[in-house]
Write a protein that binds this ligand. Sequence first.
Ligand SMILES: O=P(O)(O)O[C@@H]1[C@@H](OP(=O)(O)O)[C@H](OP(=O)(O)O)[C@H](O)[C@H](OP(=O)(O)O)[C@H]1OP(=O)(O)O
Ligand SMILES: Nc1ncnc2c1ncn2[C@@H]1O[C@H](COP(=O)(O)OP(=O)(O)O)[C@@H](O)[C@H]1O
Length: 289
Amino acid sequence: MLKVPEHQVAGHIAKDGKLGPLVDDQGRFFKPLQGDARGENEAKFYESFSTNKNVPDHIHKYFPVYHGTQLVEASNGSGKLPHLVLEDVVSCYSNPSVMDVKIGSRTWYPDVSEEYFKKCIKKDRATTTVTLGFRVSGFKVFDHQESRFWRAEKKVVLSYKVNGARLALRKFVSSNSPSDDDDSPPNCAFASEVYGGSDGILAQLLELKAWFETQTFYHFNSCSILMVYENESILMKGGGDDEKKKKPVRAQVKLVDFAHVLDGNGVIDHNFLGGLCSFIKFIKDILQS
Ligand SMILES: O=P(O)(O)O[C@@H]1[C@@H](OP(=O)(O)O)[C@H](OP(=O)(O)O)[C@H](O)[C@H](OP(=O)(O)O)[C@H]1OP(=O)(O)O
Ligand SMILES: Nc1ncnc2c1ncn2[C@@H]1O[C@H](COP(=O)(O)OP(=O)(O)O)[C@@H](O)[C@H]1O
């Protein structure tokens, strides 16, 4: 039985009769192929990437595993539609905090329609895409004061300027209230555990950056970095015997959304690389502060 993903933080959502992704209980994420070229393009990317022997294994691990396409009952009740069958990258977490960050200083690319270009540039200018080379698209964190998940409102997230983006990246790793009504600054209590360390988010971003400095196979337009970590271990901390049973934080970076990937034609993807460098600087600053 397929259901609406509990931890989805951005993109098209399968609610109110709309078309959106679904998940099963076997760790698979079913993303409907959008009717226009986007769906076909994303499937083509996954086919190419999953069989591309020139991409090293340590880079493959930053992408959801691809299991082909399958006809499944769509979320909008329109009957069976082709879906990409992907690894559900949050399925192995019990209480994940998740953030989607769209990378690049532009989301449009050569040869798009005038209409699409205008739509993209309007959003790029209204958000931090142009100024920072990335924008937060959505996130959810565990509110340790209220003992429940807190979800950032889409309208608020899309209105972030530089300080808003910085604050969101701090909230993502804080134990105090994430609520927008709360004036207390995020305490970044989990920053070193989640962003730092030899296998934390920063180390993973740096490994990806090293690949982007040389890879010329693909141009990742409008693609996102998904950051995930487990709250279970943090919740159990200091709990005597529970401390021994605690699950690791398992901070992970995954790239998602390849609907607008183009062939790199031997050219560095400087739009993605530049945005990634800027994003890394923000994470480093939080770790150093
Ligand atoms: O429809 P919207 O306004 O929510 O826009 C979607 C974007 O949401 P945003 O408002 O930027 O958070 C959405 O962005 P996120 O995935 O939320 O980062 C996509 O850009 C989506 O386009 P596509 O499926 O990648 O071609 C965008 O969908 P399309 O409008 O291109 O179908
Ligand atoms: N493989 C995946 N596993 C788990 N969650 C995913 C996966 N791919 C996407 N998501 C979730 O769905 C959201 C939207 O995904 P995306 O591919 O950007 O869709 P759209 O094309 O609708 O924008 C992401 O922000 C993330 O929360």
